[in-house]
Design a protein around this ligand. Structure first.
Ligand SMILES: Nc1ncnc2c1ncn2[C@@H]1O[C@H](COP(=O)(O)OP(=O)(O)OP(=O)(O)O)[C@@H](O)[C@H]1O
Ligand SMILES: O=C(O)C(=O)C[C@H](O)[C@H](O)CO
Length: 315
C-alpha cells in the first residue's frame, strides 16, 4: 500500500455558474472529502491507496463507495453504520465572492469513527499515512483515532503527511490550535497554507514562519499560498516554487488536496522536493480549472503531458 488515509467524506450539492441556491433549480452532485480527494488524485496517478471511514446506510454512502471503488481505492475497511447518516454539504459561489459552504454533518456516521476502526497492519503496510486536521475536529473519538494512527505510524516508521485543513465552521481557532500544533510537531511532511500558518502561530512573514517551524522541529514543510506559489521550508531555510498559471479559475476548493496528492506522488517516486512541489502545483492547476473537488484531476499520462508541454496532435 502506498498511502493510508481516513476521514469524513460527504456528498456535495453545488449551485454552478455563479448562481445561488436560492434562485437556482439544478445542483451538481459530487463526492467531497479532503482525504478522499487526495485518495482519488493518487489513484489517478497510479498509486495504491486505502481509505476508511464510517458511512450511513443510505444513497449518499453508496454513492461515495461507488465513486471510490471506480478508482480502485481499497475501501474494505469502511463500516456501514445503521444508526447514523452520511454527512452532506451544499456549496455556492457567486462571482466576486468566496465559495460558501453549508454543512449537514453533525452526528454523521463519520463522527462515530473511533480507534477500534483502525488496524495496526494497515499502518504497518503503508508507506505514507496521510491525515488532515478535519478529522480530529469531528468528535472526541475521531480525535483519539487520529492520535492512535500517529502513534502506530511512529512505531512502524510510516511517514506521516499532515494537512491542517483548518475549518473554522467546525471548531474555534483556540480549539484547533490545541490539537493541530501537537499533531504538526509529530508529522514528517507538513502541508499548511500560508493563511493557516498565520492562524496557527500568528506569523505572516516568511522569516517568522520559518523560525516557528524550526522551533516545532518539523522535518519538512511545504507551505502553499494559492496563486502566489509554495515554499519548501527545511531547517530554517526555504525554496520558492512558482505555480502554473491558470487560464480560468473555476473552483479553488480541493486545490490543496490535489496539491498534497501531487506532492506525495513525487515523494513516493523518490523525486527531489522541488519536482514534487511542481507535481503538486500541476495537479492543483487542473483542479482549480474545473468544477468540483476531483473532476479535473489528471491521470498519470495527462500530468506527464502537461509537464512536458507535449504538443502532440490530439484531434
Ligand atoms: N488561482 C490559482 N492559480 C493557480 N494555481 C492555484 C490557484 N489557486 C490555487 N492554486 C494551486 O493550488 C495550490 C493549493 O492552493 P491553496 O493555497 O489555496 O491551498 P489550500 O488553502 O490548502 O486549499 P483548500 O481550500 O483545498 O484547503 C497552490 O499551491 C497552487 O498550486
Ligand atoms: O470541508 C470538508 O470537511 C471537506 O472535506 C469538504 C471539501 O471537499 C474539502 O474541504 C476540500 O478540501
Amino acid at each position: 500500500m502506498d498511502v493510508l488515509t481516513f476521514g469524513e467524506t460527504m456528498v456535495a450539492f453545488t449551485a454552478l455558474n455563479n448562481r445561488s441556491i436560492v434562485q437556482h433549480h439544478d445542483l451538481f452532485v459530487s463526492v467531497a472529502g479532503a482525504e478522499t480527494n487526495v485518495s482519488i488524485a493518487l489513484a489517478r496517478l497510479g498509486h495504491r491507496v486505502k481509505w476508511f471511514s464510517r458511512l450511513g446506510d443510505d444513497p449518499f454512502g453508496r454513492k461515495i463507495l461507488y465513486e471510490l471503488n471506480a478508482h480502485q481505492i481499497d475501501t474494505s475497511g469502511v463500516m456501514i453504520d445503521p444508526h447514523y447518516p452520511t454527512g452532506i454539504m451544499f456549496k455556492q459561489k457567486k462571482e466576486l465572492l468566496d465559495t460558501e459552504v453549508i454543512y449537514y454533518r453533525d452526528h454523521s456516521a463519520a463522527t462515530q469513527l473511533s480507534k477500534k476502526d483502525l488496524q495496526n497492519k494497515w499502518v504497518k503496510d503503508a508507506k505514507v499515512l496521510h491525515i488532515t486536521g478535519i478529522t480530529p475536529s469531528l468528535s472526541a473519538s475521531c480525535k483519539e483515532l487520529v492520535m492512535e494512527a500517529i502513534a502506530l505510524a511512529k512505531q512502524h516508521q510510516t511517514v506521516i503527511s499532515f494537512d491542517p485543513n483548518i475549518r473554522l465552521k467546525l471548531w474555534s481557532i483556540e480549539e484547533a490550535k490545541k490539537v493541530l500544533i501537537p499533531i504538526a510537531k509529530q508529522c514528517d511532511i507538513f502541508l499548511p497554507g500560508k493563511s493557516e500558518m498565520k492562524l496557527l502561530c500568528g506569523a505572516k512573514h516568511l522569516r517568522d514562519i520559518q523560525a516557528q517551524l524550526a522551533e516545532w522541529a518539523i522535518p519538512l514543510t511545504v507551505m502553499k499560498d494559492g496563486a502566489n506559489g509554495a515554499w519548501i521550508i527545511q531547517k530554517g531555510c526555504h525554496t520558492f516554487v512558482p505555480p502554473f498559471p491558470v487560464r480560468r479559475v473555476v473552483d479553488e476548493i480541493g486545490a490543496g488536496d490535489a496539491f498534497a496528492a501531487g506532492f506525495l506522488h513525487g515523494y513516493l517516486r523518490g523525486e527531489n522536493h522541488e519536482t514534487s512541489v511542481k507535481f503538486g502545483h500541476a495537479c492543483a492547476a487542473f483542479v482549480v480549472s474545473s468544477e468540483g473537488d476531483t473532476s479535473g484531476l489528471p491521470m498519470k499520462h495527462e500530468l506527464e503531458r502537461f509537464l512536458n508541454k507535449d504538443s502532440e496532435t490530439l484531434r
